[in-house]
Design a protein around this ligand. Sequence first.
Ligand code: G6P
Length: 473
Amino acid sequence: MKLVIIANRIPLTIRGTDPLIFVRSPGGLVSGIDAFIKKANISDWVWIGWVGSRVKKRDLEKIRSTLIQESNCIPIYIPEKLLDKFYNGFSNKTLWPLFHNMPDLATYKQDEWQSYQEVNKLFFRALIDNVEVDKDTYIWIHDYHLMLLPSMVREFYPDAKIGFFLHIPFPPPETFAQLPWKRETLEGLLGADVIGFHTYEYTTNFLRSLSRVLGIEHSMGELVYNSRIIKADTFPMGIDVDKFNVKDDEIEEQVLSIKQVLHYKKIIFSVDRLDYTKGIYNRLLAYEDLLKRREDFRNNVVLILNIVPSREGVEHYQRMKRQIEEKIAEINGYFGSVEWVPILYHYKSLPVNELIAHYRACDVILITPIKDGMNLVAKEFVASRQDLKGVLILSEFAGAAKELGEALIVNPNSIEELSKAIEAALDMPEDEQSFRLKAMQERLRRYDILRWGNDFISSVKEISSKREILKTK
Ligand code: G6P
């Protein structure tokens, strides 16, 4: 089998061209697929995508040969005039808010839609120019940036095995219907054999949109379009449990050092990309409310707030950053003292070992998005707690909540509920913490990243062979 991954980003982001410097790309998509390729021991694979930052066309040849030789990645050059409208524009100002069911934040611009179409074509060209596609090739296209690509590939390779996986929510049909280019988007997706989603809710939303917009009905997620069988199904993405459950002295030293530096105060940890969907501001309001209500926590609790920079070119993200930073300053200014800073704020991405050390050092982790496709951080935290201690507070609107029912599940829109949940978590007896974590850890082992990827690929195999049978009849 040959696996071709096509996603907006390759797993490495370029930070400098002279000399070449790469860092790991952010987000769950990259960490999940990267882990799957490793765990499944796939030797014949290639990953096509953008290098994650603006590069000059003349530097691309050097970048390209390094990436192909050392990382199996084929970088795509997106011309400056398309990049802003495609990435900051249509992908992140139209699709991102709309698919997270925040239609008030979505904008609809014809020129951005055009750039989106053109960039999807660039990805298509990169595929046909660089990869030999045969009957054993699986072309796996990922996420909302590339929803037109499946049909482009299907037209060129009618018999190819094509899968598409959406890493973000699919909104309810009433919300999706607001997209002026809804037909084109759905038709684009229908080029795939299998269209996968993290939760049953998103799959159902997609199927209902198909019926509403294109009048296509399904039976158990299977439908016929252009005389082909297509399946929409649910594949909740898992993690590489061993990577987070690792025994490592260096990590243990870091855990100890975090606890020592903070004088063994209780630690609440929070880590997200900077995004208005993540509910970071409400989290701060809840922490503030808690400090007001429970004076005994003052001086005894620290919130480590790690925010990973993201989409800094989009105004809404810049505004969100300012609001968050102002609130942090207000809380620290009001409650803090020489001995105690209530919030330790970091605006950077953490290397994976440091991240695991934070998961293990904390007493409570706060994951409270307003809407989130899956949220692998919640799963990583659970897997990393070999000591079976620590409490996960998780939003009911994260896809992960469907599998992690033993977490303290909260509605992130209620500051009171969040604040009470933090209180309950800080006061939770250790045996209850262990009981909850154990159940969740067992579940994560059963449906891990390997199962996720293998299930998806088997489904593509099954549906494409049904197509062959249909053809010979
Ligand atoms: C989410 C999306 C990914 C995206 C990641 C980081 O996880 O589903 O497709 O790569 O966020 O966002 P960015 O815009 O930095 O690629």
